[in-house]
Design a protein around this ligand. Structure first.
Ligand code: HPA
Length: 269
């Protein structure tokens, strides 16, 4: 365990590590887990007196596609390092009209369209009690509130609330799939939100996600989605994202992450 009793996990996605230069890097650790290797060694950093465990979910050099990420080992390792709270960063496609490229959204809900991923720690077996996650509110409200406070206090534009649709990938969606997701209530679409969000809750980690919109979802723009377009949107939004995370870490450091209440709970049968 890390000495500091309240480390924050920062799980980074595409365009990861934008924050590392701002933080004091202490060491990289490899954590052995019952589920195999984490996506990458975890960088232990310090900012505003808080320990931050930074993990790149796509691995070093972006070699792990969304459906191959070992979400269980990643979350298990962060829990083992003592993380009580986690911010997951994710680039997404925008479905709702006001969620334009370059903007930031703090989701409140999630719909899981993924399949075939190892998605629970409550997997049966002789030594485990069967547990069911009560998951009506999948993101931790206390952490969301701190992130909102950070945004409002620093005039960082942040859309408060929306539904993240987690698709299987790695292919992008068809326009008809996006129509269906919109009818289901999805506001943004990404490939990594599940099972990461649920696994964090199973480990009683207070988890929130910040989404950076990098393209209009399939069929929503006036042309095909391109990597250049996504890179451009990433660059236009990443300064706000970097600032928002730094300010959020400051808010967390001020309040002490240990005290953040969870809003999911585990029902043991
Ligand atoms: N769909 C799924 N995942 C994504 C997208 C998208 O349009 N943009 C960024 N990640």
């Amino acid at each position: 365990m890390i000495e500091d009793s309240r480390p924050l996990a920062l799980i980074c996605g595409s365009g990861a590590s934008i924050l590392l230069p701002d933080m004091e890097h202490q060491e990289s650790v490899e954590v052995t887990t019952p589920y195999g290797e984490t996506s990458a060694p975890i960088s232990i950093c310090r900012l505003h007196g808080l320990t931050v465990c930074v993990l790149n979910r796509h691995g070093e050099g972006h070699t792990i596609p969304p459906h191959r990420i070992n979400y269980r080992s990643n979350i298990w390792a962060l829990a083992e390092l003592g993380c009580k709270s986690a911010i997951g960063l994710a680039t997404v496609g925008g479905i709702r009209a006001d969620l334009i490229s370059g903007s930031l959204m703090l989701p409140t809900q999630i719909i899981d369209y993924t399949w075939g991923r190892e998605s629970t720690f409550f997997d049966g077996g002789s030594e485990t009690i069967v547990g069911h996650l009560e998951n009506a509110n999948p993101y931790c409200n206390a952490l969301r509130d701190l992130i909102l406070l950070a945004a409002n206090g620093s005039d960082i534009p942040l859309h408060d609330g929306g539904t993240y649709a987690a698709t299987q990938g790695p292919r992008f969606e068809t326009a008809a799939e996006i129509d269906r997701i919109e009818r289901d209530g999805g506001d943004v679409v990404g490939m990594t939100g599940m099972p990461e969000t649920a696994l964090a809750a199973e480990k009683e980690i207070c988890y929130a996600s910040i989404n950076l919109i990098v393209n209009p979802a399939a069929g929503r723009g006036d042309k095909e989605i391109t990597v250049d377009e996504m890179r451009e949107a990433w660059e236009s939004g990443c300064e706000n994202l970097r600032l928002l995370i730094k300010k959020s870490i400051l808010e967390l450091a001020n309040c002490g992450t240990r005290s953040l209440p969870l809003n999911s709970h585990i029902m043991k049968m």
